[in-house]
Design a protein around this ligand. Structure first.
Ligand code: HEM
Length: 412
């Protein structure tokens, strides 16, 4: 009670002295007199210029004209070289030099430890030029790269990839001459290989769909479904993206380790490439290959290995999961640009892989679903591999588990 009364009395006194001050200013200084009443309106009732206001906030009386105050200081030659202190002396309240410094990336003082808050003293990042951006503050430079390059050109590339396989499918139909419906006698993928592949493929699909909605949804979905649905959907997908990321990372490593043995260059690969796998020939007979053809090997090395590791690495940086990195805004900007470019390339490449793994190649999906293929399919697509199996160099059944036997019985 006592405290409240004391506060009331002191604020009344402060308010009184404020109006006394305004009167003195009106009487005393001719130049400032006209502006003072208007300006005093914007001061809080209890703020007294030049005196400590409640809460310790210091006001500054810009109409208390001192000899050094020069409203026309901007005409002097060294105006732009003034420090904030010099500017305040000639034009009280003008903090332009300070804000110019802030915009140029100047560091202010902070008592927070650099190790935990590396950028706490820095309000606006210094200007940089990212590839494709103007030389401007880093946040804006990153925005320009994303909005002017990654979104339009990345989107166009992905659409071109989708369009190309669609045109091929509708003009030439699926590749391959056998459906692979004969007796399933050759184990193409073990249960372990298939689990790794499908874990990776499911995580990839979730990441691709959620990533596409995060990048392009604002332009394609938002106008159709509205803010409420779009907000909920992107929140859900962003959360899914964060959970599917680690599944993709781990399964990608397993896929790489599992398949790398059969992805090295081998006899016949160059011929296969030179003829583009026979995809554009009249007969569409596929040049011979071992377990995987040169096209699959390119997808493996460029898409799974190279782009996959970059996508995962940049994703883990954005999750701040890689130790011994100082995580600053620029770290996130660079990681994001690397992530976005490599995922767009990866998705475009995998459009072809997924097409060939589903409707684009007869019998391929069955091989990855059941793990088993018939002799005809193996002979048609991978005759060198088939020869090695027929010669007993590679066992026709590699996994000796009841599950593999069951899968074989189901596929037969
Ligand atoms: C999402 C849908 C996907 C489908 C429908 C699919 C389908 C297939 C099929 C049918 C095969 C067997 C091809 C053959 O017998 O030669 C295969 C192989 C393979 N897939 Fe996928 N896949 C998908 C996604 C992925 C992803 C996301 C990755 C890795 C990032 C991947 C990596 C591989 C690898 C390494 C092989 C072994 C042969 C090769 O190197 O191409 N797949 N896939």
């Amino acid at each position: 009670m006592f405290l409240r009364s004391a506060l009331l009395v002191s604020s009344l006194l402060l308010g009184l002295s404020g109006s006394v001050f305004a009167q003195t200013a009106q009487q005393g200084q001719a130049a400032a007199v006209q502006a003072a009443p208007a300006a005093s309106k914007v001061l809080p009732d209890d703020a007294v210029p030049g005196q400590a206001a409640p809460g310790g906030i210091q006001g500054q009386n810009i109409f208390d004209v001192k000899p050094e105050v020069k409203p026309d200081a901007s005409s002097s030659a060294d105006y732009m070289k003034q420090s904030n202190g010099q500017r305040n002396a000639v034009q009280p309240g003008n903090n332009a030099p300070m804000w110019r410094g802030v915009a140029a990336g100047a560091d202010g003082f902070t008592s927070l430890p650099k190790s935990q808050a590396p950028e706490a003293g820095n309000l606006i990042q210094a200007p940089v030029k990212y590839p494709g951006s103007r030389f401007t503050t880093a946040g804006e430079a990153w925005r320009q790269v994303r909005n002017n390059w990654i979104i339009p050109y990345g989107g166009a590339l992905f659409l071109i990839a989708l369009g190309a396989v669609a045109i091929y499918f509708f003009t030439r139909g699926p590749l391959g001459h056998t459906e692979g419906d004969g007796p399933a006698v050759i184990e193409r993928f073990t249960p372990f290989e298939r689990s790794a592949h499908w874990a990776n493929a499911i995580a990839f699909s979730i990441l691709a769909i959620s990533g596409l909605v995060m990048a392009f949804g604002k332009f394609l979905l938002l106008p159709v479904i509205g803010l409420t649905l779009f907000g909920g959907l992107t929140y859900l997908l962003k959360t899914l993206h964060n959970f599917a990321g680690p599944v993709f990372a781990v399964s990608l490593l397993v896929v790489i380790v599992t398949f790398i043995r059969d992805e090295w260059p081998q006899r016949g690969d160059l011929k296969w490439l030179a003829r583009a796998g026979g995809a554009f020939s009249k007969t569409r007979v596929e040049p011979p290959s071992y377990r995987f053809n040169a096209g699959e090997k390119i997808i493996f090395w460029a898409g799974v290995f190279f782009l996959g590791l970059i996508v995962v690495g940049s994703g883990l940086v954005m999750d701040k999961l890689i130790p011994n990195i100082v995580y600053e805004r620029s770290t996130m900007q660079v990681a994001h640009m690397v992530h976005a470019v490599s995922t767009v390339l990866m998705m475009s490449m995998f459009t072809l892989h997924i097409y060939l793994g589903t409707i684009g190649m007869r019998g391929a999906y069955k091989a990855m679903r059941t793990g088993w293929v018939d002799e005809e399919w193996a002979k048609e697509h991978h005759p060198y591999w088939y020869d090695d199996i027929a010669a007993g160099k590679i066992p026709a059944q590699r996994s000796q588990t009841p599950a593999a036997d069951e899968a074989r019985a189901r596929a037969a």
